[in-house]
Design a protein around this ligand. Structure first.
Ligand code: 13P
Ligand code: SF4
Length: 406
C-alpha cells in the first residue's frame, strides 16, 4: 500500500506573520536551529541566545531532562497541528475542545505548558484551577483568524445591531479561536463559545434562546454549520468589519432583518487554500478515495467532501478506518503527515499539493519549549498566560455553557 511519505511533500517556510499567506515550497517539516529559521525574525525575540543554535536532538534532550526534573508538577498539552518534535512531549493531545475540557478537569499539575496557540492557552487559564499556571512557549504563537475579530470591531457591530433594534433577537456565538475578551462579551450577552467539534449543538442551543445568531470570527464554520442545520444560504449574511461604523457591515436593514445567521467576515488562511478542483483531482486519481476536511474550509469544499469535522474527528476517522482505506485530507500538514505516518496500511495525503503549515502553530519551535521548561525547572516562570479576573469570570460563563452543551 502506498503511503503519502513516498511522495515529497513541499511545505511552506511560514515566513509570513499571517498564517499561510506566503507559501514557499523549499523546506520540510524537520526542526532546524532557531537561528536558521527564516521566520525567526517574526517570532518572540527575547529567548536567550544559548537556545538559538541548538539542533533538534540537543533541544529534545534538554526538554526531556527538564521534564524529568519537574515530574508530575508539569503537564504538556499539544494541539494536533504541532510539529513532531513538540508532540512527542505531549502528555495529552487533542483538538481545541478536548484540550479545553482537559484543562477544566485536571487540577493536579502545577504547570500546564500549552503547545498550541494563544487563544487555546487563554482558555486553559480560564478553565484551570487558580493554583495552576499556564505557559505558552512562544508568545508570538497567535491565530490570524482570531485576529480578524478585533474586540473593538465586535463591540461596534453589537452597538449597530442595538441601534437597528436587532440585538435583542441575537445570540452572540464566538468560535474558540478568539480573544478571551470576546468570550467574555458572549458571557455578558447571553452568548456562548463553540469549537468545530460542537458547533451544531451550540447553534441549536443559541436558536433555542434567540431568533438570530451573530457568529464570529470564522464565516466558513458558521456558514457550514448553519447549512448543516438546514438554514438557506440566503438567510446567512456577511458582516464586513472593514466597513465604517453605521453601515451595518455593508448590508441593508432588510438583509439584516431577514438573516438568521450574521457571519463575521473572518477566515483561516490555511483552510481557505483547499478547493473543489483539488477534490476532483484526488477523485480522478483514486475513485474510492474518502475526502475529509475541516469545517473551516469554504462551503463548496465542505459540500464536495465526504465528511468534515474537527481535527479530532479527522484523526479518529482515519485511525478507525480499515486497512487499505484511502484519504485525501483538507487540514494542516503536520496533522496530515502524522496520520500518514501512524497509518502505514492506509493511503493518507493532503488535498493541497503545495502545503502550508499553520505558521503560528509552527512558532512553537522546540527551542521555546526547552527554554520555558528549563526555566520552570529552575524555579522561574516565563511566558505565563494570565487572563485578568474580570474577563476570565465572564469568559468562563460562555465556556462553561459550551462544556455543558452536548
Ligand atoms: P480544532 O478545534 O478542530 O482543533 O481546530 C482548531 C483550529 O485552529 C483549526 O484551524
Ligand atoms: Fe488559526 Fe487557521 Fe492556524 Fe487554526 S490553522 S490556529 S484557525 S490560523
Amino acid at each position: 500500500m502506498a503511503s503519502a511519505h513516498e511522495d515529497f511533500i513541499p511545505v511552506a517556510s511560514a515566513a509570513s506573520s499571517l498564517a499561510g499567506i506566503a507559501c514557499e515550497t523549499n523546506t520540510g517539516l524537520e526542526t532546524v536551529p532557531l537561528s536558521r529559521e527564516t521566520s525567526f525574525a517574526y517570532w518572540q525575540q527575547d529567548i536567550p541566545r544559548e537556545y538559538w543554535d541548538l539542533d533538534a536532538r540537543q533541544l529534545v534532550d534538554r526538554v526531556a531532562e527538564a521534564r524529568r526534573k519537574l515530574g508530575r508538577r508539569l503537564i504538556v498539552l499539544g494541539h494536533h497541528y504541532q510539529r513532531e518534535d513538540i508532540i512527542q512531549f505531549a502528555d495529552f493531545r487533542g483538538d481545541s475542545f478536548k484540550l479545553a475540557q482537559w484543562a477544566a478537569q485536571h487540577p493536579e499539575s502545577e504547570f500546564i505548558v500549552f503547545c498550541g496557540v494563544h487563544f487555546m492557552a487563554e482558555a486553559a487559564d480560564i478553565l484551570s484551577a487558580p493554583h495552576q499556571k499556564v505557559v505558552l512557549p512562544n508568545m508570538a504563537a497567535g491565530c490570524s483568524m482570531a485576529d480578524m475579530a478585533d474586540p473593538e470591531d465586535v463591540y461596534a457591530c453589537w452597538e449597530e445591531l442595538e441601534e437597528a433594534g436587532i440585538a435583542g433577537k441575537v445570540v452572540p456565538v464566538t468560535y474558540m479561536n478568539s480573544a478571551a475578551s470576546l468570550k467574555a462579551f458572549c458571557g455578558r450577552h447571553n452568548g456562548i463559545v463553540c469549537t468545530s467539534s460542537n458547533a451544531t449543538a451550540v447553534l441549536k442551543w443559541a436558536f433555542e434562546r434567540g431568533e438570530k445568531v451573530l457568529f464570529f470570527p470564522d464565516q466558513h464554520l458558521g456558514r457550514n454549520t448553519g447549512a448543516k442545520m438546514g438554514i438557506p444560504l440566503d438567510r446567512m449574511s456577511l458582516w464586513n468589519y472593514n466597513q465604517p461604523f453605521g453601515s451595518l457591515g455593508g448590508m441593508t436593514l432588510e438583509e439584516l432583518e431577514r438573516s438568521r445567521v450574521i457571519l463575521w467576515q473572518g477566515h483561516c488562511s490555511v483552510h481557505q487554500r483547499f478547493t473543489v478542483d483539488q477534490i476532483n483531482a484526488a477523485r480522478a486519481k483514486y475513485p474510492d478515495i474518502h475526502v475529509v476536511v475541516h469545517p473551516e474550509c469554504r462551503y463548496e469544499v465542505v459540500q464536495a467532501a465526504d465528511s468534515n469535522g474537527s481535527t479530532e474527528f479527522i484523526a479518529r476517522t482515519i485511525t478507525e478506518a480499515p486497512p487499505g482505506s484511502k484519504f485525501a485530507v483538507g487540514t494542516e500538514i503536520n496533522l496530515v503527515s502524522r496520520l500518514a505516518h501512524e497509518n502505514p496500511d492506509k493511503l493518507v495525503f493532503c488535498l493541497d499539493p503545495v502545503v502550508c503549515p499553520c505558521s503560528t502553530m509552527y512558532r512553537i519551535h522546540p527551542a521555546y519549549l526547552a527554554w520555558t521548561v528549563e526555566e520552570l525547572a529552575a524555579g522561574r516562570i516565563v511566558n505565563q498566560v494570565r487572563v485578568d479576573e474580570e474577563t476570565a469570570r465572564y469568559a468562563k460563563i460562555a465556556l462553561d455553557r459550551m462544556l455543558t452543551v452536548v
